[in-house]
Structure formats: C-alpha cells, structure tokens
Design a protein around this ligand. Sequence first.
Ligand code: SF4
Length: 402
Amino acid sequence: MVHQGYWKNQSVTISVKTNCLTISIGSKEVFSYDLAGRLWTALVEEISYRRGLDGKVVAKWQTPDKTRHRRWLSQEESADLIQRGHDLLNNLLLNLRKNQIDLNPPLDEKGWRDLQTAASFDNSLSKADALKYHQVYKPVGILPPDQYISVVLQAAEGCSFNTCTFCDFYRDRPFRIKREDEFREHIRSVKEFLGDGLSLRRTIFLGDANALVIPMPRLIRHFEIIHEELDVERLGGIFAFLDGFSGERKTPKDFAHLAELGLKRVYIGMESGHEPLLKFLRKPGAPQDVLQAVRNIKAGGVAVGIIVLLGAGGKTYAEPHIQDTINVINAMPLDSEDLIYFSELVENENLPYVQNAYQTSLQPLSAEERIKQGEAIENQLVFGLEGGTPHISRYDIREFVY
Ligand code: SF4
C-alpha cells in the first residue's frame, strides 16, 4: 500500500509492502528497511547506500560521464547515515501523530507498526545486530550478484580447495561440513537473527564456496533439513556454488534428485577455458571438467551460472583466454535459464597472484582492456535458437554485500 502526503513543502511517500518499508521525501531522500526494522538501502543526494547484515555500508554513485563509483563507508559515516534515517523517521512519526501530515490513504495498523519498528533502528541496534550476525555466520565471503538478497545457510564452511592464487575469500577458515544437528541449529539461528526481515529474502543460498561437493547422502539430508526448517518453495528455491572439480562428481541423476529438493541454479567459477591459465591461477580442475559438470547439471534440470575472470593472466594469456573460453562456453548446453557473469580480476598485495605475476613479469590488462576482453568473448558466443539466450552481465566483487 502506498501512502502519499505533503510535509515541509515536499512530497512524502510511505510504501508499506509485504517485505519492506520505504520512505521517500521528495525525490532526493529515500530510506528502506526490512520488516525487522534494519536499514536496508538509502538514497541521499543521488548517492545510493546498501547496508549489509554485518553492518557495513557501501555507497555507490555515478558521475556525469556515466562512470560508476563505489566506496565502503567508515564506521562514523555509516553511523551518520543510520542516524539520519533514525531522525527522519522519528520526525515523520511525531508529525503524523500530531496529525500535521495528511496521508492518503491514512496508515493502517501494519503501516504504523512497520514505521515504528523502522524508526527505532539506531546505532546501538545496528551494532547489536552486526554482533549477532558474527555469532550466526562465519563472514559470508562472496555471493553471485543475483543472490545478494538470499538467505545464506552455511552447510559447509570455507573452500575445499583454497588454492586459487586470486582468491582470498576463505583463507580464514578450514573447509568443513556441518553435522546435521549443527546445520539445523545454524538454520534456526539464522531464522531468529533475520526475524521478520526473512520476508525480504528471495532465495536460499547454500554456503560457503563449494557446498555441493558434500557427498550425496549427506547433502540430501542437508536439503531435507532445510525443508523441515524453511518454506523452500516460498523462498524461491536453493542456489549454490560448485567450484573446482577434482573432488566428488555428481551425475545428472544426482542433480535431478537435488532439483526435486529445490535446487534451482549452480554457479561455477570457471574463470577461463584456457587450461594453462587455470594452472597458472592454481585453479583445480580443467575446462573439460567444467563442461562435463555443466552438462550433468543441465541434464538434471538445474540451471547454471558461469563466471569468467576478466584480465586473468594479463597480456601473456589474453588471446588464448578469450578463444578457449569462447570454445568451452559455446560447447555448453546453455539456455535462457542460465547466466554468464564477467568478473574482473581484483588484485591486492596479499594475493599470491600478484607475487606470481611479478615473478613472471606478467603485464596486466588495463581496466579498459578487461572490458574489451569481456566484449570479445561475448561477441563470439553462439547459443541454440530453441532454448533462448542466457542472461549475460558484469560481476563486480567489490560491490558484494550480504
Ligand atoms: S575454488 Fe573458488 S572459492 Fe576456492 S579458492 Fe578457488 S576461487 Fe576461491
């Protein structure tokens, strides 16, 4: 239900939805909260903000030349934003109670309740919430962009490989699969933590990096436990990464079984179709393993998301990276249910990739060359007419927020 009125010579819109509450003042200030009252997103003076469940806030904006920018806020800046929303909502509430704003239609019981819950979200609640997040989760390292609004359930922790030189998402934890009782307890803690904010979440994401390497009998039990604890259908099904291919391999029959249990899409960090580059990156498995895994997954009735790493291997590997990646993707039975993500290599001094690149005198690709590399791959992809074309988009891991 959308309620509109005037306040301080500006339009005010209160949008009371089944999954969130959004307050807009004029066209320049917007605050959205989940139904547990957590600040979720904001727009202030053309800068958009997104608060993660861990309390961190990322700011994004565009300059007139259409360049996109992003920056993580400092604690003080995040606190200012939360305080700004808190003050705005409390002021609004005060004026509504005094009948100084005429809303059309007037707020109903749910509208009042949601507004009061969101108005109570201040910096002490935000800090307590972030603390609770760290009790419930090992920090969620990364998700595919279409899964930032999922409910993450860590059936396993870490990555069973942890060898790739460009990735440090899970270096802080050994790989381990949760016991059944432990996993059930984890799901209950996640539910309790999210509270009414669960309604905002659109899918279930099975963490961490390669939960699908869990052997089938245990994996099936983990899926069954999810069904016992959550309404999987209402939440839009289960999604997961499958990364590296030297371990447990699943058959089309296994994937069909998992599809029956709600598995919708598997994301594969293929990175490249060029095997020597994968070896340079110390990525386990070969392109042919990825291809076979995709065939098995698709034959089981599950969609895939293929992730390609742009700029990997710099100028040394640029050409074969493009050509072999095109060849491998073109051999995949992809259709309109599937996704292809182009993710730019993000280097930092702590990554072994950077040391290896230095030692082998690798010339990096510029940002522009990386974009061109993505375009060169995309332009030569060919898909069957029958199933339609997969959705292709960019994946900037620096924007990840859960
Ligand atoms: S397999 Fe995936 S999660 Fe594991 S180290 Fe490699 S890129 Fe990172």
